[in-house]
Design a binder for this molecule. Structure first.
Ligand code: DHB
Ligand code: FE
Length: 271
C-alpha cells in the first residue's frame, strides 16, 4: 500500500542523490564502491555504526529545533533495553576491580515548568576506562556499566560509576576505512549516555560530555553540542573522601535535565 510519507522521503532522497551524482559525475565504479560498502557494513555488524556516525546527529538537531528543555543527543549504536534495575544507593554494575576514577553523577530532573519529576527512570550506559562497552565487546562482563535507577521525590538523582574515557570506534572495519579516507580519526570524546523516562512527559535521550575533554572539537560522530558539556570536578580533601568511604580522589559531575511539559510532550508520551 502506498505510504505518503515514504513517497515524500524516498522520492525526495532519490531526487537529491540524482542531482548530487550529476554534479560530481559519479562513475559506475564509484557507485559500486558505495553499494559494496553498505553490504560490507552489514556483514561486519556495523550498519548502525556507519549511519549513526554520519547522520544521527542531524536527526537530533532537527528534533531539538524548537524543543523546550535540555537538548537531546544521539543514541548511538550501543544502547540496549533491559539494563539491570539498581537498588539505592545507586551504583552502576561494575567489576570488583573496575579501572578508572570514581565518578558521582548527580542532578535533578524537572519539567519545563520547573516541577520536579519524581520517580523518573534514568537509563545510564557508558564505556569503561578502556573505551569498551559491555554486551558489545565480549571481553567486558554482561551489563557492566549499564543500569536503570530512579529520581527521588524532589526529582534528584545520584549514581556512582567510573569516569569513562574517550572511545575509539572500531577502526579496522568499513566505517573506520571511510573515516580514514576522509583523513578523520575514529575517536569520540568521553561521554555518558542517558535515557530519561517519566509517564507525564515521555522519554528523552542525551549524552553528557566533560568540559575540557579531548576530541570535543573533533568528535568522529560530530555530536557534541552546547548544553551537553558538564564540568568534571575532582575531590581530594580527606573529609570528602571519608564522606563517601573512598581512599582515593574522586570526581563528580552535576547535570540537571529539563524535560518538555505540556500537550506536545504528552502526545509524544502516548504515541
Ligand atoms: C557512535 C556513538 C557513540 O555514542 C559511541 O559510543 C560510538 C559510536 C556513533 O555515532 O556511531
Ligand atoms: Fe557512546
Amino acid at each position: 500500500m502506498p505510504n505518503a510519507r515514504a513517497q515524500e522521503l524516498v522520492e525526495g532522497l532519490q531526487k537529491t542523490i540524482f542531482e548530487f551524482m550529476r554534479e560530481h559525475k559519479v562513475t559506475h565504479d564509484e557507485y559500486r564502491v558505495a553499494t559494496d560498502l553498505l553490504a560490507e557494513t552489514i556483514q561486519a555488524g556495523e550498519q548502525s555504526l556507519l549511519y549513526d556516525i554520519f547522520f544521527e546527529a542531524e536527526v537530533t538537531d532537527i528534533a531539538n529545533t524548537g524543543r523546550d528543555g535540555s537538548p537531546e543527543a544521539i543514541e548511538g549504536p550501543f544502547y540496549l533495553p533491559g539494563a539491570p534495575e539498581l537498588e539505592a544507593p545507586f551504583m552502576l554494575t561494575q567489576r570488583a576491580d573496575e579501572k578508572g576514577d570514581v565518578l558521582l553523577f548527580m542532578g535533578r530532573v524537572t519539567d519545563t515548568a520547573g516541577r520536579p519529576l519524581a520517580d523518573a527512570e534514568i537509563d545510564l550506559w557508558h564505556a569503561d576506562a578502556d573505551g569498551r562497552y559491555s554486551n558489545i565487546d565480549p571481553s567486558v562482563p554482561a551489563w557492566n556499566l549499564r543500569g536503570r535507577f530512579r529520581t527521588d521525590a524532589e526529582g534528584r538523582y545520584k549514581v556512582r560509576t567510573i569516569v569513562p574515557q574517550s572511545y575509539e570506534i572500531p577502526k579496522c572495519g568499513p566505517t573506520g576505512r571511510v573515516l580514514d579516507a576522509l583523513g578523520r580519526h575514529c575517536f569520540r570524546p568521553a561521554h555518558l549516555h542517558v535515557k530519561i523516562r517519566h509517564p507525564d512527559v515521555g522519554e528523552m535521550t542525551s549524552q553528557i560530555y566533560f568540559k575540557g575533554g579531548r576530541y570535543l572539537e573533533s568528535d568522529s560522530a560530530n555530536a557534541v553540542r552546547d548544553g551537553l558539556i558538564a564540568e568534571l570536578i575532582r575531590h581530594e580533601r580527606d573529609e570528602d573522601l571519608a564522606a563517601h568511604n573512598l581512599d582515593k580522589p574522586y570526581f563528580d559531575v552535576t547535570y540537571n535535565f529539563v524535560l518538555p511539559s505540556g500537550v506536545l510532550a504528552v502526545a509524544r508520551a502516548v504515541a
